[in-house]
Design a protein around this ligand. Structure first.
Ligand SMILES: Cc1cc2nc3c(=O)[nH]c(=O)nc-3n(C[C@H](O)[C@H](O)[C@H](O)COP(=O)(O)OP(=O)(O)OC[C@H]3O[C@@H](n4cnc5c(N)ncnc54)[C@H](O)[C@@H]3O)c2cc1C
Length: 563
């Protein structure tokens, strides 16, 4: 220990990995605070805290394994192992009990420590952290690890900088930002990858029920609650995550002035960084927008009207790292026109309401106009775009089956140029499309509507609910004979699905009642229907038969009224 009461050293952990520590004022009868830093930082992270605690508490800060001056050890890492590392250091220094705290990754470790060494934690401080990063965590953390491995830690600097620090803080304190980034890029990539995988696999929720100790949770004041609201996850069982914290994983002095909530265990830090911030970019050109997309990072998404993106973020299934808004370039790619071949061309960023109002659409593609009138509500249609509707990949959406039945195709533009894909071939699974991460739908081309057509969506709980079944049909007639039938089912299936067996029955037999019934049976036999909250697969089988007959009747009735 030096004259300032600071002792440093390395202690072999249970599995022999040396764990570096720094202790201040131990043995002076002060309460001990033991702290674990965030991912890719080191114990210097807590220096500003040490200054504030001087004279009031003894401080013990460790370098987590794979970080700072600690050894790397062999992966896989686990939160439990890191918690045991802290215990081993405490044992070595004769510290029986401490208030244990951690930021981000360190918060997981602190939680793990308190949950598995209950007698050794006298209090818990959880800073911008979580007990569980959510169902998509293994994939998300693996993606981050893969990027670090493939492109090196410097490739994550932009992401990390905006994630840790608010715009204002970056402008005010560039030297703090620089210092943190220097620590970040100096990390051992293998240890970083092992730590990412550890966090992806971590689920500390079962530990929380057994915690009986004073706990303080700090989360970002401008946090995106519900969309990566990690603090809420950590606070569950104690207090809702209404508190705000310092910048995620950044040194505590990066925060604004702290304000204590009266009577609460939560603390608000004004100007605190959101927990899962993301970049929001507003490019001026299509080329610029494409350059901001990232084929490697699933967290980078284009956003048009944002109605689908917001639904995903609210549900917690999308935690973007960057949203590339198409708002500014929307107008250049929103034209609705009829080309020289008599095809309808619609810009990918055309709003649904504008398409619906277009006279040529109403006149020559009444199927589209009718279907659009049933999409969501006027407010959603006023901002939602056709490109967003087609790219979303949710099988419950209306335009994919409609445009698939009409034989439409989309133009996908990416860094390598443009390619054309039939809407029918756009979907590969539930929320899965062939659209590459660095491509945008810039245009939709719809051949002339061949003849009678209709789209029926059946809801089972409320009229405005998501459909249990969507069914689109387009017929090319030759007198009473059906020259060509196109039937596409959605919502009840994982992806929009052509029902070619039913089409063949209609093409061979026409539209007599018995034929339509036989075609409906064929449709029910071939469709791979999935049961969900809107009805079982067996129920949807019967629903499909009924809907099939109705959609044909509707198509013919509308056609008759136009003739
Ligand atoms: C209350 C409510 C009710 C709804 N009801 C219906 C309904 O009845 N029927 C229905 O069909 N939909 C419905 N939706 C869903 C929504 O209307 C559609 O998903 C909408 O068309 C999406 O368009 P957007 O421009 O808002 O897409 P966004 O939310 O901006 O994006 C959706 C997805 O597409 C991607 N994306 C956006 N634009 C492009 C592009 N040009 N190229 C490539 N990828 C792109 C985004 O990255 C994202 O993955 C509803 C939504 C809400 C909020």
């Amino acid at each position: 220990m030096n004259m300032h009461g600071v002792a440093t050293g390395r202690v072999p952990s249970g599995d022999g990995v040396p764990i570096a520590y720094e202790a201040r004022d131990l043995g002076r009868g002060l309460p001990v605070v033991a702290l674990v830093h965030s991912l890719a930082m080191n114990r210097r992270f807590w220096d500003p805290v040490a200054e504030r605690l001087a004279g009031r508490a003894a401080l013990l800060a460790i370098d987590a394994r794979g970080h700072g001056e600690s050894g790397r050890g062999d992966p896989p890492y686990t939160v439990q192992r890191m918690a045991d590392d802290l215990r081993d250091v405490m044992d070595h220094l004769g510290v029986e009990r401490a208030v244990v705290g951690g930021a981000s990754m360190g918060g997981c470790v602190a939680l793990g420590f308190a949950g598995t060494h209950p007698g050794r934690a006298s209090g818990l401080a959880l800073v911008d952290t979580t007990a569980w990063y959510g169902p998509a965590a293994p994939r998300e953390w693996e993606d981050r690890a893969a990027k670090a491995l493939a492109q090196g830690l410097p490739s994550l600097v932009d992401f990390q900088t905006t994630r840790w620090f608010s715009d204002g803080f970056r402008a005010r304190e560039p030297e703090v930002v620089r210092a943190c980034i220097d620590v970040f890029v100096a990390n051992d990539p293998q240890a970083y990858v092992a730590s990412c995988r550890m966090l992806g696999a971590f689920d500390g929720r079962p530990l929380m029920a057994g915690l009986r100790l004073p706990t303080r949770v700090l989360v970002g004041g401008r946090g995106l609650r519900g969309a990566g609201g990690h603090g809420a996850g950590a606070a569950g069982g104690h207090r809702r995550g209404t508190a705000a914290g310092h910048p995620r994983g950044a040194p505590p002095h990066a925060a604004g002035g702290a304000r204590r909530r009266r009577g609460g265990r939560a603390r608000t830090v004004r100007g605190g960084r959101p927990m899962t911030p993301f970049e929001f970019l507003l490019p001026y050109s299509l080329e610029e927008a494409l350059s901001w997309l990232d084929p490697e990072d699933p967290g980078v998404r284009p956003v048009s009207g944002g109605t689908g993106v917001m639904l995903m973020m609210k549900a917690g299934v999308l935690r973007p790292t960057r949203l590339v808004s198409l708002h500014r370039i929307g107008r250049q790619h929103a034209a609705v026109a009829v080309n020289r071949d008599g095809e309808l061309t619609i810009g990918g960023m055309a709003r649904l309401a504008d398409i619906e109002r277009e006279p040529s659409v109403r006149e020559r593609w009444p199927l589209i106009a009718h279907a659009l009138r049933g999409v969501a509500n006027p407010r959603v249609r006023a901002v939602a775009t056709l490109g967003g509707n087609l790219a979303h990949g949710d099988p419950h959406l209306d335009m994919p089956p409609v445009l698939s039945a009409l034989g439409a195709r989309v133009v996908l533009r990416g860094p390598q140029g443009a390619r054309m894909v039939d809407v029918e071939d756009l979907y590969t699974g539930y929320y899965e499309t062939v659209i590459r991460r660095d491509e945008l739908i810039t245009e939709v081309i719809v051949p002339p509507q061949a003849g009678p057509a209709a789209y029926l969506k059946m809801t089972t709980r409320a009229a405005h609910d998501w459909p249990a079944l969507g069914l689109a049909v387009v017929l090319r007639m030759d007198g009473d004979a059906v020259r060509r039938a196109t039937v596409v089912a959605a919502a009840a299936t994982d992806l929009p699905t052509r029902l070619s067996g039913a089409e063949a029955v209609l093409q061979q037999g026409g539209l007599a009642d018995t034929v339509v019934r036989a075609a409906a049976d064929a449709a029910a036999a071939e469709a791979r229907l999935v049961g969900d909250a809107h009805g079982s697969a067996a129920y949807k089988t019967e629903l499909l038969k009924v809907a099939f007959r109705r959609v044909i009747q509707t198509a013919m009735a509308r056609h008759g009224s136009r003739a």
